[in-house]
Design a protein around this ligand. Structure first.
Ligand code: CTP
Ligand code: CA
Length: 225
């Protein structure tokens, strides 16, 4: 029992991880998206599995294979992702919102392929739902971990996100820093906590970063119990 507790600290816990980009349709052949590859989120799902959790990975479209032993739900849009998360939210102990959710989507989705015109084109965009913020508003026992990919003012923006989304932890990285951007196998993270403290980590593999993220969460959850 002791060994299980020590090496599988997430045994009996349900962890939801969202990963990858979302796609917001313009018409049947076009969409808006972003540079997320899903690597960080997939590493978190794998690490949570290794720590003994029952893992559900809710993923936008990516080119990498999901880790074995996790339940995968594939989604496209921010709204699809929201619905998939809400379907399991009540049973979850930890939610890790690694996904790079689109902030805007076309206001009008065309049923048929849009034909080009001689003139230019402006598309009207509307806001998508902020999934993490909604989770924060409906939070019960869940420990909510958000991400913040920034290019400047990392600390200020990360702390603001912690508050505005009612998250328990924010994992921030400067995507302009070499070794911390989209698509690579490494990351340079700073973890911000609700008590105002933060912890900076050196450059490490996304898998190692994933273990540190979950370890920080486990320590904080232990304190709350
Ligand atoms: N997030 C979300 N739903 C959205 C947008 C973001 O759940 N519609 C989550 C992301 O998964 C991430 C966190 O919120 O965990 C922060 O995302 P980020 O894009 O850094 O922050 P935003 O609040 O969207 O603010 P901005 O893009 O202006 O920095
Ligand atoms: Ca955003």
């Amino acid at each position: 029992y002791f060994i299980r507790e020590k090496h599988k600290p997430l045994a009996g816990k349900k962890v939801i991880v969202t990963a990858g980009p979302t796609r917001e349709a313009v018409d049947p052949v076009r969409f808006f998206t972003n540079r997320s590859t899903g690597k960080m989120g997939y590493a978190v799902a794998e690490a949570a599995r290794d720590l003994g959790a029952d893992v559900e990975l809710i993923s936008g479209p990516v080119a990498i294979d999901p880790p074995s032993g996790v339940t995968i739900k594939n989604v496209e849009s921010a709204e699809d992702m929201f619905e998939a998360v809400m379907a399991s939210y009540s049973e979850a102990d930890i939610i890790v919102k690694t996904a790079a959710v689109a902030d805007y989507r076309p206001k009008l989705v065309h049923d048929q392929k849009m034909k080009k015109q001689d003139s230019g084109l402006s598309l009207e965009l509307e806001r998508t739902r902020d999934i993490l913020k909604t989770l924060g508003e409906r939070k019960e026992q869940q420990f909510l971990i958000g991400f913040a990919a920034e290019t400047n003012n990392l600390e200020m923006y990360a702390k603001r996100k912690l508050e505005s989304k009612n998250a328990d932890m924010i994992v921030a990285n400067n995507v302009k820093q070499t070794g911390a951007g989209f698509g690579g196998d490494t990351n340079i993270i700073t973890i911000f906590h609700r008590d105002g403290s933060h912890k900076e980590f050196n450059k490490m593999s996304k898998k190692e970063a994933a273990f540190h993220i979950l370890t920080e969460a486990i320590e904080r959850m232990g304190e709350a119990e």
